[in-house]
Design a protein around this ligand. Structure first.
Ligand code: SAH
Length: 213
């Protein structure tokens, strides 16, 4: 669990690379620069931690590409104290970025193995989300709703109604929608019944899965 000057140098380069791909939010770039991504990865991939790529994290899942994490975080326009629900905790890297941005984070994971591993790991690096939940993200997490934002970090075949219902008025849902590839979609709740949708470019995520295993 070491974070060295070499790692910091590599992170600095990674943040510049993400910036050169179009991310403007300085707070997001600072978060990429400060979070030790190598500590979120399996030892066999640790040397690649600061490449702008997704990598396997076990249980058939991946740690998202830093550019994608930055893109989704920028869309959320996180303000300090925002209550955010993340679907797909995975390695906890995106969770850590949200915490670094000052959000109060709830995050759901459906793979028991990853849920356990990440629950133990995050506090060790000083990241303390409000709640890590083992469960099905399609349902959201109604007992603490409504949320300022909901962020889905797996490819959703459709937009789950329950997630829309758990947004505050003017709250945002960022969700990659599609089967093989996904269109990054930002939905804002305008009123109780009205939602505004904006679509961004194409991305590739592991699927948002039904039923636990
Ligand atoms: N945010 C993660 C990305 C992990 S990949 C990171 O930064 O590492 C997507 C994650 O979503 C996987 O861990 C997968 O197990 C989880 N997932 C898939 N379907 C889900 C569901 N229905 N509910 C909760 N989590 C789900």
């Amino acid at each position: 669990m070491k974070d060295t000057f070499k790692h910091k140098g590599l992170r600095n380069k990674l943040a510049s690379e993400v910036k050169s791909k179009g991310i403007l939010d300085l707070r997001v770039l600072n978060a990429i620069e400060s979070i030790p991504r190598h500590l979120f990865m399996d030892s066999s991939f640790i040397d690649h931690a600061y490449q702008d790529k997704a990598f396997p994290i076990g249980a058939g899942q991946t740690i998202s590409q830093p550019y994608t994490v930055a893109f989704q975080s920028e869309l959320l326009n996180v303000k300090k104290g925002d209550k955010i629900l993340e679907i797909g905790t995975g390695s906890g890297y995106q969770t850590a970025v949200l915490c670094e941005l000052g959000a109060i984070v709830y995050s759901i994971e459906r793979q028991k193995e990853l849920f356990k591993k990440t629950s133990l790991f995050l506090p060790k690096i000083g990241c303390n989300p409000k709640k890590l939940i083992f469960g099905d993200g399609y349902k959201g997490y109604v007992s603490d709703a409504p949320y300022d934002s909901i962020l889905v970090t797996a490819g959703a075949p459709f937009i789950p109604k329950s997630l829309l219902n758990q947004l505050k008025i003017s709250g945002k849902l960022v969700i990659p929608v599609g089967e093989k590839t996904q269109i990054m979609t930002l939905i804002t709740r305008i009123s109780e019944k009205k939602f505004k949708k904006i679509e961004f470019g194409e991305f590739k995520f592991v699927p948002l899965l039904k039923e636990k295993n």
